[in-house]
Write a protein that binds this ligand. Structure first.
Ligand code: ATP
Ligand code: ATP
Ligand code: MG
Ligand code: MG
Ligand code: MG
Ligand code: MG
Ligand code: MG
Length: 263
C-alpha cells in the first residue's frame, strides 16, 4: 500500500517520548473493577484469588519484558512501552484466570486495564512514589478490614459501618477490630497489609530476608550505559528469577539489601 492517497494519515501519528534521564513508572489499574468484583463475586475486603491473579499477570510482565528495567537511552518509545505492558498484563490476566478462579468461568464484562506513564526525575521521587502506594495500601486495608468486619461479623449495613468509621484514627480501628471481633490487625496476612513487590532476585547482599492493591508498577532505570554493557545486563535480567514478596519497601533496608534493583 505504499504511496496511496490514504497514506497522509500517518502524519497524524505523534512521537510522544517521555522525559529523558528519569525513572519511568507505568501504572496499570483495573478498569471498572468495582463492577468486576460484583459480577465475579470477589470476596470482601480481600479476595486472595484476585490478588494472586494480579500478581501472576504482573510477574509475567516483568519476566517477559526485560525492558521493564532499562536505561531511557536504549529505547525512546515509551508510548509503546506503556501499551506493551498493559497488553501483556491483560493477556496474562485472562490466561491465568482459570487457575486463580477455578469454577468461575470468565464471560462479560471481560477484564481490561488502563496504563499511564509518569516520569520521576530523582531516585528520591521514585522511592517516595513507591512509599506512597504502600502507605495507601495500609490505610485502605485497615479501613476495609474494619468496614467489612462490622458488616460480615457485626451484622451492620454499609451506612451504619461508614458512620462508625467516619473520622476514626488508625488506633481506633485497631481497637474496634480487637474489642468487637478479637482480630489483631498485626496478624492479618502480609499480602493484604503490605501489597506485593515483584522484582528480580539475584542474591541478597546481606542474606536473611525474605513483594498494588490493584495497581502494579513497572520501573525503568535511567542510567546511561554502553550498548554492550546494556546487552549483557539485559541477558542477565532475562535469566534472573522473578519473585513476588510482601514486604516493606518504605524503609531503606529493602533497597540496601538489593542494590541491583535501582542501580
Ligand atoms: P476505574 O475504572 O476508575 O479504575 P474501578 O471500579 O476499578 O474504576 P478503583 O478505584 O480502581 O475503581 O477500585 C477498584 C475496586 O476493586 C475497589 O473497590 C477494590 O476494593 C476492588 N478490588 C480490587 N481488587 C480486589 C480484591 N482482590 N478483592 C476484593 N476487592 C478488590
Ligand atoms: P512492532 O512490535 O513494532 O509492531 P512487528 O514485528 O509487529 O513490530 P509490524 O510492522 O507491526 O511489526 O508488522 C507485523 C508483521 O506481521 C508484518 O510482517 C505483517 O505482514 C505480519 N502480519 C500481521 N498480521 C498478519 C496476518 N493476519 N497474517 C499474516 N501476517 C501478518
Ligand atoms: Mg484502582
Ligand atoms: Mg480500577
Ligand atoms: Mg510495528
Ligand atoms: Mg505493527
Ligand atoms: Mg506489530
Amino acid at each position: 500500500m505504499a504511496n496511496s492517497k490514504f497514506e497522509y494519515v500517518r502524519n497524524f501519528e505523534q512521537t510522544d517520548s517521555l522525559l529523558p534521564n528519569t525513572w519511568i513508572v507505568v501504572r496499570v489499574d483495573g478498569r471498572a473493577f468495582t463492577k468486576m468484583c460484583a459480577k465475579y463475586g470477589f470476596e470482601k475486603p480481600n479476595d486472595r484469588r484476585a490478588l494472586d491473579l494480579m500478581n501472576a499477570a504482573a510477574k509475567a510482565v516483568v519476566t517477559d519484558l526485560p525492558e521493564a528495567m532499562i536505561a531511557y537511552g536504549v529505547s525512546d518509545e515509551y508510548s509503546k512501552l506503556v501499551s506493551t505492558i498493559v497488553s501483556t498484563f491483560t493477556a496474562n490476566y485472562v490466561y491465568s484466570w482459570p487457575t486463580c478462579f477455578p469454577g468461575t468461568p470468565l464471560s462479560f464484562p471481560l477484564p481490561t486495564f488502563d496504563g499511564r506513564a509518569v516520569c520521576y526525575p530523582s531516585l528520591q521521587n521514585l522511592r517516595d512514589y513507591l512509599s506512597w502506594r504502600q502507605v495507601d495500601c495500609h490505610i485502605n486495608n485497615l479501613y476495609n478490614t474494619t468496614f467489612w468486619s462490622l458488616i460480615q461479623l457485626g451484622g451492620l449495613d454499609n451506612k451504619e459501618a461508614e458512620k462508625i468509621l467516619a473520622g476514626t484514627l488508625a488506633a481506633e480501628k485497631n481497637e474496634i477490630l480487637f474489642s468487637k471481633f478479637h482480630i489483631n490487625y498485626n496478624n492479618e496476612p502480609e499480602i493484604f497489609k503490605k501489597g506485593s513487590v515483584i522484582f528480580r532476585d539475584y542474591e541478597l547482599v546481606d542474606p536473611g530476608s525474605h513483594a498494588v492493591d490493584l495497581e502494579m508498577d513497572a520501573l525503568a532505570e535511567p542510567v546511561q550505559q554502553s550498548k554492550t554493557q546494556a546487552e549483557k545486563d539485559k541477558k542477565k535480567r532475562a535469566k534472573a528469577r522473578v519473585v513476588v514478596e510482601h514486604i516493606d519497601i518504605i524503609k531503606d533496608e529493602f533497597w540496601d539489601k538489593r542494590p541491583w534493583i535501582l542501580s
